[in-house]
Design a protein around this ligand. Sequence first.
Ligand code: ATP
Ligand code: MG
Length: 671
Amino acid sequence: MPQDTPSTAPEGREAPEAHEAADENATFPPSAAFAAQANAQADLYDQAAADPTAFWAEQARKHVTWKTPFTETLDWSGAPVARWFADGTLNAAYNAVDRHVVAGNGDRVALHFEGEPGDTRTVTYAELQREVSRAANVLSSLGVEAGDRVVIYLPMIVEAVVAMLACARVGAPHSVVFGGFSADALRSRIADAEAKVVITADGGYRRGSAAALKPAVDAALETLDGGPESPVQHVLVVRRTGQDVAWTPGRDVWWHEAVEAADVQHEPVWVEAEHPLFILYTSGTTGKPKGILHTTGGYLTQAAYTHHNVFDLKPETDVYWCTADVGWVTGHTYVVYGPLLNGATQVIYEGTPDTPHQGRWWELVEKYKVSILYTAPTAIRTCMKWGEEIPGRFDLSSLRLLGSVGESINPEAWKWYRRVIGSGVTPIVDTWWQTETGAIMISPLPGVTDAKPGSAQRPLPGIAADVVDDAGQPVGHGEGGYLVVTEPWPAMLRGIWGDLERFKDTYWSRFKNVYFAGDGAKKDDDGDIWLLGRVDDVMNVSGHRLSTTEIESSLVAHEIVAEAAVVGASDETTGQAVVAFVILRSEFAADAVQADVQELLRAHVAKQIGPIAKPRTILVVPELPKTRSGKIMRRLLRDVAEHRTVGDATTLADSSVMDLIASGLATPAPK
Ligand code: ATP
Ligand code: MG
């Protein structure tokens, strides 16, 4: 480490060829040293293109260990529900844990856990095998059988990973519900999944204090319990904070007592490749969350393949850290299954980035010598807002690769991320994917692609994605349209839990035989893909289609703006009008005058994009409504802009934000 040390620069990393001039369209090629050592080389595209189905079969054999080898690769006769590797059998937990112990790597650290209060725990693969086996025995003793659903509602602690793997080990699909969700959100998910067991904790640490979790489970079950449709038989409770909990005898079981008493031997339940692995609800940015169903063999194949190639993981030397919570799909694929299948050593952190200080993440990078960091644009923009002197206090030289996911990363944030966090040299992979796709679909390959800030660039080898027009025809270079996936892929969703019609309707009805992702995109002159935001969010101003992402990027590129969200509000003259909500950088916030800010930024957008994109109204706000995964909920802002009652906000991270915004809008901004 680092792998890309050139012989001429002993103490650090080689600055790659500078194509970084003032040029807007600058590209950032990997250094020669990085390119030479990269897991994925350019020929991967050729291999996949030659025979995509054979390519996936090869990846499935390379990255996954099968109990019974598969002989069929893809069966698409039941479209849109695919079957991949269907006659093979395997176990996900065996693949994530046991096989590394079998291979002699039991002493390798799997997890460096850091609690928010600073407590730590190191778990090797051998220890993880014992923990998961014990927990699997506990689940079996509570009556959980293959096919039964288990809801997991835990903080970001080791037991969250163990619980997911224990479910997988007994063939019980898990449904992880983010620990910040309310009792209501939890209740609807437990009921929808008809879970037999819920795994929770007394509480977890967030923002410096112990936040209770169990009361939400008790409240959720109160209305379900006793009723005819009460599915939950047991609640397993991890003791994390030691706070008092209410106890329902017979139903509630302490995790530590049960696990300590359980046998360390457990024979994994071998399941068919199409056996359900998990149900996960989407973040609800565009509407009511959907219970996305993923199965085992195809999902694991693409999780491990993408993790190996996109993050360039070297399991012997890298320390990997994905900051996502296990409550999101990113936490499933790139905290649990991808990295563990690949035998990675990784960091997991319980708390918030600013507890007890705004440098906590960077302190952890320094402490554990993190070499690969995967996070979300919202976190990067927050760090920009706090100021670069904070990461500047820490030694970040161990980092050799950075990743981004969740939203478009605006070029300004991309460049900051690379310059400040990546010491100006690390490749950045901007990865586009969804809960539905299960794993990364569009991304640069870090050792191959000349990176373009703001663009996710190309479908990965083996993935067929395109941008099409209203008629479903591929658009030309330089044109925009809808992002679609034109061929089945191994980690694709197998449906919406319990609602095949909604599955067909949501993803397969807009265009014939292709998957419609719901996102707008454009191809640039090189054919590289740029994500433009949700199709639902695209604005139509005087017949011009405008992208939220482009206008937001332009706003954030102005020095006074820290964050921006743009929506279209109905307008009598133009059909729709652009309304922008901006958060100012702290140094400008104090004495900003709304009207001046509006004029300044309107002129800026007009100059950068064109007069048509100029927001009609720009509102300075203290916060933006975000989901718990950090995505901006534009539909709520649209409600505000159109003076409607604000819609379903149950997945908001902080529900008081909407009041804050509404109160700030008491005095209408000048038109
Ligand atoms: P819902 O479907 O319930 O509205 P959601 O779409 O926010 O919620 P996720 O599956 O977590 O739920 O998010 C996937 C979406 O995130 C993508 O469809 C896309 O809009 C956005 N996204 C993810 N990664 C990127 C990226 N690298 N660039 C641009 N957008 C991205
Ligand atoms: Mg979505």
